[in-house]
Design a protein around this ligand. Structure first.
Ligand SMILES: *[C@@H]1O[C@H](CO)[C@@H](O)[C@H](O)[C@H]1NC(C)=O
Ligand SMILES: *[C@@H]1O[C@H](CO)[C@@H](O)[C@H](O)[C@H]1NC(C)=O
Ligand SMILES: *[C@@H]1O[C@H](CO)[C@@H](O)[C@H](O)[C@H]1NC(C)=O
Length: 165
C-alpha cells in the first residue's frame, strides 16, 4: 500500500502491440486494458506449465467420470448447445474442472493454461481465451464451467457463421 510498483513487463509488451496493430484492432485492445490485470491473475505462467496434454481427451473423460459421474448425453449437450442442461448441478460442473485439469488446460490452482487451450484447438484465438477469462466467477467448479461454456458458445457461433458463408 502506498509504495510504487515498477511498470510491469506486460505493459511494455502491450504498448509494443498497440504501436503495431491496425486501427480497428487497436480500439479493441484499448478497451480490454482495464481487464488485463484481472485476466493475468487467472492465467497460468507459461514457464511452469506444459503446452500439450499427457493424456487423451477420452482418458481424461474416463478418469474424471470416476469421481464426477456424467452421462454421455450430458456431454453431447454441452458439445451441441454450448451449455449443460442443468447449470445448478455441481457434479457436471466439477467434472469440467477435473477434465480441464486432467488435460492440463487448468492448473491445480485453477489458472488457465492459455497455450495448451490454443494448442488443443479448444479456442480458436487468444482473444477468445482472454474474453472468456472474464466469465470465470463463482466456485472453482463454476469457474471452469463458465470458461468452458464461453469457449464452446463462441466455437458454435464461429462455426455457424462459417457455414452461412
Ligand atoms: C460414466 O460412468 C458411468 C458408469 O458409472 C457410465 O454409465 C457413463 O456412460 C460414463 N460416462 C461417460 C461420459 O463415459
Ligand atoms: C461435437 O459436435 C460436433 C459437431 O458440432 C461433432 O462433429 C462431434 O462429433 C461432437 N462430439 C461429441 C463428443 O459429441
Ligand atoms: C458469473 O458469470 C456467469 C457467466 O457470465 C453469469 O451467468 C453469472 O450470473 C455470474 N455470477 C455471478 C455471481 O456474478
Amino acid at each position: 500500500m502506498g509504495h510504487h510498483r515498477p511498470i510491469p513487463l506486460w505493459t511494455l509488451l502491450l504498448l509494443a502491440l498497440l504501436v503495431t496493430v491496425p486501427e480497428g484492432a487497436r480500439a479493441c485492445s484499448m478497451m480490454n486494458t482495464d481487464n488485463t490485470e484481472q485476466r493475468d491473475a487467472l492465467l497460468a505462467d507459461p514457464a511452469t506449465v506444459k503446452r500439450t496434454p499427457e493424456i487423451s481427451m477420452q482418458e481424461a473423460v474416463a478418469q474424471c467420470n470416476r469421481t464426477f459421474i456424467i452421462q454421455p448425453d450430458y456431454l453431447s449437450e454441452l458439445n451441441e448447445t454450448g451449455s449443460f442442461p442443468d447449470e445448478t448441478d455441481r457434479i457436471p460442473l466439477c467434472f469440467m474442472r477435473c477434465y480441464m485439469q486432467a488435460l492440463g488446460l487448468l492448473t491445480e490452482d485453477d489458472k488457465v493454461n492459455k497455450e495448451a487451450v490454443l494448442a488443443l484447438n479448444w479456442a480458436s484465438s487468444a482473444d477468445t481465451v482472454d474474453e472468456c477469462l472474464d466469465e470465470m466467477n463463482g466456485s472453482t467448479c463454476e469457474k471452469a464451467y463458465f470458461f468452458t461454456r464461453c469457449i464452446m458458445t463462441r466455437a458454435l457461433v464461429d462455426g455457424k457463421s462459417k457455414d452461412n458463408k
